[in-house]
Design a protein around this ligand. Structure first.
Ligand code: PLP
Length: 419
């Protein structure tokens, strides 16, 4: 009897089993209303299904082949690099599919320790700690580090995961205007009454492709005795002469105390995140950081990918440098054609259009020409600042970039975005 029921549950019946009862019906009505609201507001996010590996050329499910991809964070093209894939397969075979455990119970393998040591060496910091994602690293740091006696000062356009991480902590919260050093200074003056001050900023902002003024932030931090935290998800691996990130690019590696970043973008693109910084801080996170303490260890294959990506970057700075010329090519050709590209020198190239409908229609039309780009509008970006975000990768060829620019010119002229 029991076995029969269990087997039916495992196999399923071929049709879903909706929960019944008044509460379930009420929930369903509420959910449908919410979903309708999202659709009505024009902010529904749909997902395109990719039927190939991540890379500059994609096949979409349902037929679309030879699509040129300009919307992944695969900045260095390592997501499908043969050596990265081989390292993942080797780690999978040697260390298994996963640990079935959190780190402190029985979930730490030699490869986790090796990767943490490698991350710290890459960033020239004392130690590092791995998380399942950078979202988790950001969710886990502020609460573990800051008390009600402390203060955190955060750029208003910081990533959602920083905002959520700060919400979880009991420190006094200050939000300064985006990259506005006068406002940061005023907030730092106000925050002098607190025990410890931490300035938190994205190194590079993913919606605008702009880079935080870290030199100025570090000068203010020195003047007002504050610590600096940066989120380097859109910088690690490719900004700075050796790809160390925004702090290397701006010459302040010794002034930024804490770096959080991801293994899920330039560093192989699988998953995972980390914090790197002073050893006692990392030791404290291992004791107190909740997403680390109460979530599974990174799977060996994922560790293998990231570890190989870091090896490749530490062997030579050629990979880190490989994207800059392509970014420059796209930005200068688009600007010459009459488009406004936000940010400077960053492979995130937002083509500013203003109108939300125009951004959506142009992105669709680009796809019909075989170019995959995404339009962003309110509430992801401020009202009236809709855009199509283009992301350049080291593995785009010059021809790929030229094809993208040509398509933009055609589509822009068709929809009145260009004269
Ligand atoms: N921080 C920034 C600035 C990001 O762009 C992202 C990802 O979109 C994250 C954190 C989260 O990274 P992960 O995908 O590793 O959770």
């Amino acid at each position: 009897m029991w076995r029969g029921a269990a087997l039916r549950a495992v196999r399923g019946t071929g049709s879903s089993r909706a929960a019944s009862g008044a509460a379930a019906a009420q929930l369903r009505r509420w959910l449908e209303g919410e979903l309708e609201g999202i659709r009505g507001a024009g902010t529904w996010k749909s997902e395109r299904i990719i039927a190939s590996r991540q890379g500059p050329h994609l096949r979409l499910a349902g037929g679309g082949a030879g699509i040129l991809n300009f919307c992944a964070n695969n900045y260095l093209g390592l997501s499908s690099h043969p050596q990265v894939i081989r390292a993942a397969v080797q780690a999978l075979e040697e260390f298994g599919a996963g640990l079935s455990s959190v780190r402190f119970i029985c979930g730490t393998q030699s490869i986790h320790k090796d990767l943490e040591e490698k991350i710290a060496r890459f960033h020239q910091r004392e130690d590092a700690i791995l998380y399942a994602s950078c979202f988790d690293a950001n969710a886990g740091i502020f609460e573990a580090l800051l008390t009600p006696e402390d203060a955190v000062l955060s750029d208003e356009l910081n990533h959602a995961s920083i905002i959520d991480g700060i919400r979880l902590c009991k420190a006094n919260k200050y939000r300064y205007k985006h990259m506005d050093m006068h406002d940061l200074e005023a907030k730092l003056q106000d925050a002098q009454k607190h025990r410890l001050r931490l300035v938190a900023t994205d190194g590079a902002f993913s919606m605008d492709g702009d880079i935080a003024p870290l030199r100025e932030i570090c000068q203010l931090a020195q003047k007002y005795d504050a610590l600096v935290f940066i989120d380097e998800c859109h910088a690690t691996g490719f900004l700075g002469p050796n790809g160390r990130g925004t702090d290397e690019l701006l010459g302040v590696m010794d002034k930024v105390t804490i770096v959080n970043s991801t293994l899920g973008k330039a560093l192989g693109g699988a998953a995972g995140g980390y914090t790197t910084g002073p050893k006692p801080l990392i030791d404290l996170l291992r004791q107190r950081s909740r997403p680390y303490l109460f979530s599974n260890s990174l799977p060996p294959a994922v560790v293998g990918c990231a570890s190989k990506a870091l090896d490749l970057l530490m062997e030579s700075n050629a990979i880190a440098q490989s994207m800059a010329a392509k970014t420059q090519r796209f930005r200068s050709k688009m600007t010459a054609a009459g488009f406004t590209i936000s940010g400077k020198d960053h492979p995130i190239c937002p083509v500013m259009l203003g109108d939300a409908r125009l951004a959506a229609v142009m992105a669709e039309d680009m796809l019909s020409r075989g170019i995959y780009v995404i339009g962003f509008s309110y509430p992801v970006v401020p009202k009236g600042k809709a855009r199509i975000r283009v992301q350049i990768s080291a593995v785009h060829s010059d021809e790929d970039i030229d094809r993208c620019v040509e398509a933009f010119i055609e589509v822009g002229q068709k929809h009145g975005a260009l004269p």
